[in-house]
Each structure stands twice: as structure tokens, then as C-alpha cells.
Design a protein around this ligand. Structure first.
Ligand code: HC0
Ligand code: SF4
Length: 566
């Protein structure tokens, strides 16, 4: 330990700590912009400058370590002048069109200018505005980029990819896409962008157009993780952000039906657990990989093509929902599938891409899922329609595609798909339910390095499983599998740290990682659910009895499976 003073107060601190870490621990505020703990500690933006006695120049607090006897000053006139000048330089290269920016109100640069009382920008640097790249579900607006490199570091360190990098040098240096083909569309770079330089393609108006079309039956499906985060940017006036209020809010947007992706998650489990049992019975070499996360699917196909053949063929709940909405439900309603318009609310950017994959058209009338909106887009829709969310009472999902079990709800948190599948696989193997929490050891909340592995007893055999989230962790796991250093029967991987609760389409609240809290919310919803086994979902049973037949039946294979490796 060392002793330092900050603004005259003495503090004990570990030797390895940075000035910023010690200051934050003791509630001494130092502004930051480029800083991301353990991911981007590079001192690029120079707004965290502090004065250290005995050192002539000002130093960045985020990447300078403390030393015994160090005397730090965080609020001198010199410090304030230098920070403000640096912020003005950053603003001089920024387009400053705040009122029409997607991050208006959640932008770190905007907040910093306000916090630091910077209201004038004496210089403006000319920059050429490049057209917005419309190829991706990810949109980049280079004139809003502040070269903080948070996207570069996030992509490299969290996701083991290298889509972004700093190109050119000197005053021309700027961040650009250098390996777009590698992009998994996970949106983690967006989640960590402090400004509006990166955001999802906005599909909100497309959905309003469909809602306004009297010919269309417009259906919403809501992903598991959305219920854990939907109200984070809304003022509910102290009311609890329950799934029931979420349903009421979405219904106010004008949908004909509000259904639950978690119903389809239960169907996914019926198919995926059956597929696992069939692969085990056939003595196929493992592991079987979950395939519901399109970010992971894209990653494994690109990076580990030899492993991609081991992906489960079961479609994701989003796509199973779309396929069933346009076949089974169209039949129940007696409506032409061409007139059904399915909108997904997802915590994810990659789901926009998944919905557009070739082959995700079960009826030949267009995509099974017509539009995919993130939680941020949902927030914008509710605001722009002036829905008084604080006045809403709880409402139920519509039936039958709104009936789901606890097993479906935990899909949105890392380990949840595995746990849900094991509950039903055990039932398929024994004809009896295990304790609903028998597989709780696969749970882990929040980002973690590496992966979690467990061995469970199924009658007649042991099942070795692994769970990972974050593509850097997935990368390490795949490498171990390829080298023969690890061997599993069943592996769950989600691209985003913590699973979909940490998805790239979730609300962005600077400096706060809510994914562990959101994961707890889903676990509690599961624990409080009357039904916790996918195979006990009465609406799922009715769908099999009246339409699909058995899991892995010809019709199920046709509608609910796809060769993800192709
Ligand atoms: Fe997920 Fe899903 S759990 S990927 O994270 O499997 O996006 O929430 O909707 O499809 O159900 C996202 C979340 C989903 C799908 C489900 C799966
Ligand atoms: Fe999307 Fe979930 Fe995969 Fe993240 S973990 S890319 S949110 S499906």
C-alpha cells in the first residue's frame, strides 16, 4: 500500500492503482470520456488531467499509477483550463447536431460539456462528412466520432475481433472500419460508444407504417431480456417496471397482438433437447452448440468453420416465433400470412441481420420476422407516441403465443438456455421432472473471463457441459476444443457479455453495467413462474398436438430448423 493525498486529503491505496481509481473510490470526481475500466485506459481524450506536485506537465489520471507520497490536485485553475481546452478541441471536430442525434440525452460528450460548463467552441475544424454506411444494421456517423478508441478496444478485448482501428496519422488520424467482414453485429461497440457515432439502423418508422396499414395484422414479440430493461430510460413515476406494464406499453403503440418470444423459447427447448438426446443416442461426437445467438453463429462460422457443423439446427426463438406466427397462428386466425407483419423487440443488433437471412421465409410471402427493434428503439417509439407509461396498469400477453414458462424467461441471461434445455432433457431421458433448480450451477451472473463447465448425471450417462458469454471467451473455448484440450457434450454460447441482458441493443447508461441486475430480474421471474419446464407449457403442447406433431417431426424440421453452418 502507498499513501497519497488528493486535494489535501490523505488516502491509502494499492500500489497498482491509478490516480483515477483511487479518486473514484473516495468520491473525488474526475471527468473522463475515453476511459473504460480494464478495456480502454489510454488517456487519449485528456479530459481527466490532474496536477501532480513535482511534475511539470499535467498527467492523465486514468493511466498513471499512484506512488507513495504523491500529492494530486484535481481542481486547480490550470487543470480546469486544460480540461476545458481539450474538450473544446474534441467538440471542434464534432458535428454538434445534438437535437437530432440518437444519443441526445444519453451522450457522454454532451453531458461532459454541460458538467464542465463549456458552452463555447472557439474553433471549428473542417472535416469531410462521409455518407452514412447503410449496409450494416450498425450505422456509423464519422462526424460524431471523438476518436476515443472505446470501440476499437471493446471489439478487440471483449469480442476478440478487430473491426475498428485508428487509421491515418497526426491531425488526420481517425477511427474507421478495417475488417467489416469480421463484424458479428453484436453491437458491443455501440454500447460502449460515448456519442452518437455508432448506433443501430433505425427501423421505428417502418413499424409505424405497418401499424397504420389497415390491411396488416401487426404482431409484436418481446424477447426475454427486454422485460429486464424496457423501462430503464423511462419515468414510471415510481411504479415497478413489470412485464405486465411492458405489455401494456407496447400495446399502446397500436399492435393487434402482443406475444412473447419466450413461448417460442419453450418450443426451441422442445426441439433442441430432442436434438441433443438424438445426437447422444447416435453416439455423435460433441459438443452440440446452441445456435440462438446470431452473433455467435456468425463468429463460429467465420473463425472456426470446422466447429460450425456442430451448431444445433434448431432455429432461434425469434425465428421460431416468426415461422409459427405466419403458419400456425395465421391458420388459427384464418388470415393470409402475407398480411401478417411480425415485429420483434430484442436487446440485440444481430437479430436485425438474423431476420434477413435467406431461408427465414417459411411461407414464401416474405421474411418470417418483418422488423427487429432494439430496446432503445422501443424507448424512442414510446416517447414519440407520448405514451404515459406512468399511468399504465398491468396487462397480460395475448394468447396463445404469449404463454411461456420460467425456462423460456431465463434464455436472456447467460447459462439460461443451457439450464432450460437440461430441465427438459432430463424429463425426456427419465419421464420425470428434475427439481427445477437442479441445474442451477450453470448460472453465472455478469461478465466473467473464460467459461464455466459442469458435469451432470443423466440416467445411464454423464453430460459434460460448458457455458460462455463474450466472444473473447468463446474464442478461448473454441481454441481449447480444436486443440483437444477440452471436451463437452453440450455448449451454450452467447456473444454478449452476460448474455442478452448485456446485449448491444440495450439502453446505454454511461458508467453503469446493469447486466447482472437484469439477469437477476430474469432469474426471479423464473423462480416465481407457475410453470418452469418448457415441456409443460400448455400453449406449446397445443401447438404440437394441433399443428407440429412431435418434436423433430417433418413439419417441425421444415419450420423450426435450419442448417446454420451453410
Ligand atoms: Fe435473446 Fe433469444 S434469449 S437470443 O438473448 O435463444 O436477442 O432476450 O430473444 O431468439 O428467446 C436476444 C434475449 C432472444 C432469441 C430468445 C434465444
Ligand atoms: Fe444478440 Fe444476445 Fe447474441 Fe448479444 S448475446 S449478439 S444480444 S443474441
Amino acid at each position: 500500500m502507498v499513501t497519497i493525498t488528493i486535494d489535501g486529503c490523505a488516502y491509502e491505496a494499492p500500489e497498482e492503482a491509478t490516480i483515477l481509481e483511487v479518486a473514484r473510490e473516495h468520491r473525488v470526481d474526475i471527468p473522463t470520456l475515453c476511459y473504460l475500466r480494464e478495456i480502454n485506459e489510454i488517456g487519449a481524450c485528456r479530459v481527466c488531467l490532474v496536477e501532480v506536485e513535482g511534475i511539470d506537465h499535467l498527467v492523465a489520471a486514468c493511466n498513471n499509477k499512484v506512488a507513495d507520497g504523491m500529492a494530486v490536485h484535481t481542481d486547480t485553475p490550470r487543470v480546469r483550463r486544460a480540461r476545458a481546452a481539450n474538450l473544446q478541441l474534441i467538440l471542434s471536430r464534432h458535428d454538434r447536431r445534438c437535437p437530432t442525434c440518437f444519443r441526445n440525452g444519453t451522450c457522454q460528450l454532451q453531458a461532459l460539456a454541460d458538467r464542465m460548463n463549456v458552452h463555447e467552441v472557439p474553433y471549428t475544424t473542417f472535416f469531410e462528412t462521409k455518407p452514412i454506411d447503410a449496409r450494416f444494421p450498425l450505422v456509423r456517423e464519422p462526424e460524431k466520432c471523438v476518436n476515443c478508441l472505446r470501440c476499437v478496444s471493446t471489439c478487440q478485448k471483449v469480442q476478440a475481433l478487430g473491426v475498428w482501428d485508428l487509421v491515418d496519422s497526426g491531425s488526420r488520424a481517425h477511427v474507421d472500419a478495417v475488417a467489416e467482414d469480421e463484424c458479428a453485429y453484436c453491437g458491443q461497440c455501440i454500447a460502449n460508444c460515448p456519442t452518437g457515432a455508432l448506433h443501430e439502423r433505425d427501423d421505428t418508422e417502418r413499424v409505424f407504417e405497418a401499424i397504420n396499414d389497415p390491411e396488416k395484422v401487426v404482431i409484436a414479440q418481446v424477447a426475454p431480456a427486454v422485460r429486464s430493461s424496457w423501462a430503464e430510460m423511462l419515468d414510471l413515476g415510481g411504479k415497478a417496471p413489470t412485464p405486465g406494464r411492458m405489455v401494456a406499453a407496447i400495446r399502446r403503440l397500436g399492435f393487434d397482438y402482443v406475444f412473447d418470444t419466450d413461448f417460442a423459447a419453450d418450443v426451441t427447448i422442445m426441439e433442441e433437447a430432442s436434438e441433443l438426446m438424438a445426437r447422444l443416442a447416435a453416439g455423435e461426437e460433441g459438443p452440440m452448440f446452441t445456435s440462438c445467438c446470431p452473433g455467435w453463429v456468425r463468429f463460429v462460422k467465420d473463425r472456426y468453420p470446422a466447429l460450425a457443423g456442430k451448431l444445433s439446427t434448431t432455429k432461434s426463438p425469434q425465428q421460431i416465433f416468426g415461422a409459427l406466427a405466419k403458419t400456425y397462428y395465421a391458420q388459427l386466425l384464418g388470415v393470409d400470412p402475407a398480411n401478417i407483419y411480425v415485429v420483434s423487440y430484442m436487446p440485440c443488433i444481430a437479430k436485425k441481420m438474423e431476420a434477413a437471412y435467406p431461408g427465414m421465409d417459411s411461407t414464401g410471402t416474405g421474411p418470417d420476422v418483418d422488423a427487429v427493434l432494439t430496446v432503445r428503439e422501443l424507448t424512442r417509439q414510446l416517447r414519440s407516441r407520448f405514451v404515459n407509461v406512468d399511468l399504465l396498469e398491468e396487462e397480460e400477453f395475448d394468447r396463445p403465443l404469449g404463454v411461456a414458462t420460467g425456462a423460456g424467461h431465463i434464455f436472456g441471461v447467460t447459462g439460461g438456455v443451457m439450464e432450460a434445455a437440461l430441465r427438459t432433457a432430463y424429463f425426456f431421458a427419465t419421464g420425470e421432472n428434475p427439481d427445477a433448480d437442479a441445474f442451477h450451477e450453470v448460472r453465472h451472473e455478469g461478465p466473467e473471463r473464460g467459461w464455466r463447465e459442469k458435469t451432470f448425471d443423466l440416467p445411464g450417462r454423464q453430460l459434460k457441459i460448458a457455458v460462455a458469454s463474450g466472444l473473447a471467451n468463446a474464442d478461448a473455448l473454441c481454441r481449447a476444443l480444436e486443440r483437444g484440450e477440452a471436451r463437452y457434450d453440450f455448449v451454450e454460447i452467447m456473444a454478449c457479455p452476460g448474455g442478452c441482458v448485456g446485449g448491444g441493443g440495450q439502453p446505454i447508461i454511461e458508467g453503469i453495467n446493469l447486466s447482472a441486475d437484469r439477469g437477476c430480474t430474469l432469474r426471479i421471474i423464473d423462480e416465481q413462474s407457475e410453470l418452469r419446464f418448457s415441456h409443460e407449457n400448455p400453449a406449446v403442447k397445443a401447438c404440437y398436438d394441433g399443428f407440429l406433431g412431435e418434436p423433430l417431426s417433418e413439419r417441425a424440421e421444415e419450420l423450426l430448423h435450419s442448417d446454420h453452418a451453410a
